[in-house]
Ligand binder design. Sequence first.
Ligand code: N7H
Length: 429
Amino acid sequence: MRKKLELFYFFQIDDTAGFKNALHNSVVDIITPTKAMLSTATQPQVAVNLAFSQTGLNKLGITGNLNDTTFSAGQASDADFLGDPSTTNWKSVFKSPSTLHGVFLIASDDQTKIDTMVTFLESTFGSSQHNLYKLQGNVRPAPFEGHEQFGYMDGIAQPAVRGFNIFPHPGQLVVPAGIILTGETGDNATRPAWTKDGSFLAFRELQQLVPEFDKFVADKAAPFDNFTASQSAELFGARIVGRWKSGAPVDLAPRADDPTLAADPDRNNNFDYSHPPADITSDQSRCPFHAHIRKSRPRADLSAPRNTIMRAGIPYGPEVTTAERSAQASNLTLERGLAFVSYQSRIADGFQFLQHNWLNNPGFIFGKNVDPGHEPLVGANQNSTRFITGADINNPTALLNITQDFIVSRGGEYFFSPSISAIRNTISV
Ligand code: N7H
């Protein structure tokens, strides 16, 4: 749902029969089919999707085992494993999985259309559900549209799903449909038939401390060649992400941004970190091993198509204010961040695996001449000190400690997003 605005409407079901009735008779018909989203010509002005937590399915009397223990257990019990300092910083809605039954995702370019949809849903469901929490996502204002809160272009690298994306771009990973969609080729789990063509949705509300990140990058950037301090900082930041703010990959543009490369979908993903005769186990001159995009998708470092996610997040919150910039500190009453969404057919292979086994794990990427360290943005260590190597191009084995988190997990939940026919024929009857 590529729209400028997206509302995450988290709800609790109060009356099972009434909820099913409204869902069956009025709401299932307004859920947006994937096919309609494939082209701007057929996209509705307001797109709606729906997903349920395990406790939500229980409340609806859907007893079949979805065969994803991470989903069934819920995200609150996963907090420590994900590297969060338990649920200390979590929003209360996510700390109470027994009442968080589902989420509506409502996207549009027009806020009034979202508001009208909320009014429609609330009047249709009546007292059979109530809202627990709303998170309003918004694409950043021009000229930062498409850029996440730290300033980097997002939404560039997505897997192509076999059978859906007919013409993948060069370098785009093509995965069997069953890596993202349940019941498709490549998803081998045994599940009830109605789950076919659904997907598990991992939601995370990730607060971003932007002035703190900017200060860290400015303070800790190793001086490089004849670069000015601000050029060295820009290079350091780009290496932490693996892409310049424009989106150009540092693997292809290692020393200076290249906006033309960034904007070219046939080139901006066409790299894999290998540059023979350079040694991929020790060469960090282009992209460091700790970089966000390298640790979350290692390309030639490690072939792991099963550990692939489809990302569908959107920023939330206001722009950084002048006062915050000059104080080099966030005003914590003005929360901003990323409403992170990923889709996968098995959470333990997708979001959870990437977070725990790769981003948080200082030893990963394995087989290198030096431990890469934590991924410096989302790589979590229960709020304790983290480290990276590869920060200084001239001394890539040197270790740099990171004493502050720039992303604070405000919690989340795991949901299952069923197909429309499953909602119509199973969930709402
Ligand atoms: Fe990331 N960021 O600003 O650094 N992410 N991410 N992410 N992320 C990507 O390639 C960001 C998060 C992945 O195939 C880009 O589309 C931020 C989590 C994966 O090359 C940027 C947050 C997880 C990719 C960001 C955040 C991932 C990816 C480059 C949180 C998984 C594709 C744009 C606030 C657990 C890698 C692009 C590939 C790309 C950022 C979260 C995973 C700019 C700010 C939690 C798989």
